[in-house]
Design a protein around this ligand. Structure first.
Ligand code: CTP
Length: 400
């Protein structure tokens, strides 16, 4: 989901988490959204309007009256934007919105708004758990307002519990989920990601450079577009995308068991994982000690999970998509894999390029289809590549 040109209003209310709203505005602007900020008077006690003005590049409104502009901004902002995000939303502000009170610019704008609204509550845990706050949120949800659960951890008041404003990245993801076209609702996707690790002894293993970023981007994009998503990943350290069913595995054998068990119920399987083709024949029970002689590792073949899926596949489902990570003869090697593994599409990836493939946030791929068609995508973010791949998978699903 691309936010380029989307009109986003960020409403900031008076809690200590207001400082995190600055970072939220920053990430939205980085995504090329057009951001306007409205604050409550109390919020200006925590962060100055100047901060938001500098970050958003637009004037900030925090007073209802006294502005020169003749525009009816309290009406226009909420009706001409694509989304309104209140972060942080205090208990007081939630109470006001739930009761239809409009006593400042932000609450008045919300009352007149037609754009979708995301509220991100942040407060002390006891305040958050208070029945009146819970009831107010339930009322707002009933009226179609989206509320993001605060995260758990140490709060600014030193208490522990639920009440932290989620990270700007998580809020951004939620915004994208709300704005993305829901064209994959009713579809079930299985995505694999990351490397596998094949143990040599209790402290050493064989692995590869896969960061998991491409697979996670695919899972995230499919979820944002409404699909049910199972994400099976080797160890990456990445945060699983909101709303996906996430399984972390270590070895190729573990990945195989899970994938073969889940794939038959899915409409599409996208295998972005870099599965190790070999594993040490045996795993030493104790840490190997160095000796004077050279050490030779005996490796045996791992099963090819995708090839097994290709063999199992009888009808049109699941649509099978593989990746071909190559350093030479990209097209020829990728076409070979497409055929040998009975795939519907292969994403060919030249991993020798510094701006594509492992670790980086961008990718340049070629999509190769069963019928011989080839689509070459220019260098773009992995998120954009993910959406292009999903567009093609959707077309393949619709074709049969
Ligand atoms: N794959 C798999 N199981 C394996 C190896 C690969 O499921 N044991 C899948 C990968 O997830 C990817 C595709 O097969 O979607 C191609 O992986 P790649 O490593 O590029 O190719 P290989 O088939 O392993 O061939 P080679 O290593 O010889 O290039």
């Amino acid at each position: 989901m691309n936010l380029k040109g989307k009109k986003v209003v960020v409403g900031v209310t008076g809690g200590i988490a207001a400082y995190k709203a600055a970072e939220l505005v920053r990430v939205l602007v980085r995504e090329e959204a057009e951001v306007k900020v409205a604050m409550t008077r109390n919020a200006t006690e925590f962060v100055t309007p100047l901060t938001f003005q500098a970050l958003s590049g637009n004037p900030v409104i925090w007073e209802m009256f006294g502005r020169e502009s003749g525009d009816m901004e309290h009406i226009a902002w909420g009706q001409q934007s694509d989304i309104i995000v209140i972060a942080p939303a205090t208990a007081n502000f939630i109470g006001k919105v739930a009761s239809g009170i409009a006593d400042d610019f932000l609450s008045t704008m919300l009352l007149a708004a037609t754009a979708p609204v995301l509220l991100c509550p942040a407060m002390n845990v006891k305040m958050y758990e208070n029945q009146v706050v819970q009831e107010n949120m339930a009322r707002l949800r009933k009226r179609g307002i989206e509320i993001m659960e605060p995260s758990e951890g140490q709060l600014a008041c030193r208490a522990e519990g639920r009440g932290r404003l989620p990270d700007p990245g998580a809020i951004l993801e939620h915004i994208k989920s709300m704005l993305a076209p829901k064209d994959l609702v009713g579809c079930k996707f299985l995505v694999t990601a990351g490397p596998t690790i094949e143990p040599i002894d209790p402290v050493r293993f064989i692995t590869n450079h896969s960061s998991g970023k491409m697979g996670f981007a695919l899972a995230r994009a499919a979820r944002q577009r409404g699909a049910e998503v199972i994400l099976v990943s080797g160890p990456t350290g990445l945060v699983p995308p909101e709303g996906t069913r996430f399984f972390e595995v270590r070895t190729a054998l573990e990945m195989k068991d899970l994938v073969l068990q889940k794939a038959p119920q899915c409409d599409a399987v996208i295998k972005a994982a870099a599965v190790s083709d070999y594993r040490p024949k045996s795993q030493a029970q104790q840490k190997l000690k160095k000796g004077k002689q050279k050490l030779t590792l005996d490796l045996v073949r791992n099963p090819d999970i995708l090839a097994e899926l290709g063999k199992m596949k009888q009808g049109p489902r699941p649509v099978l998509v593989g990746f071909a990570a190559e350093t030479q003869d990209l097209l020829a090697n990728a076409k070979k894999k497409l055929k040998a593994k009975n795939l519907d599409m292969v994403v060919a990836n030249d991993v020798s390029r510094p701006d594509a493939g492992f670790q980086v946030d961008t990718n340049a791929v070629k999509l190769i289809f069963k019928d011989g068609r080839i689509e070459e995508l220019p260098l773009m973010s992995k998120e954009e590549v993910a959406n292009q791949i999903l567009d093609q998978v959707k077309a393949l699903m619709e074709a049969v």
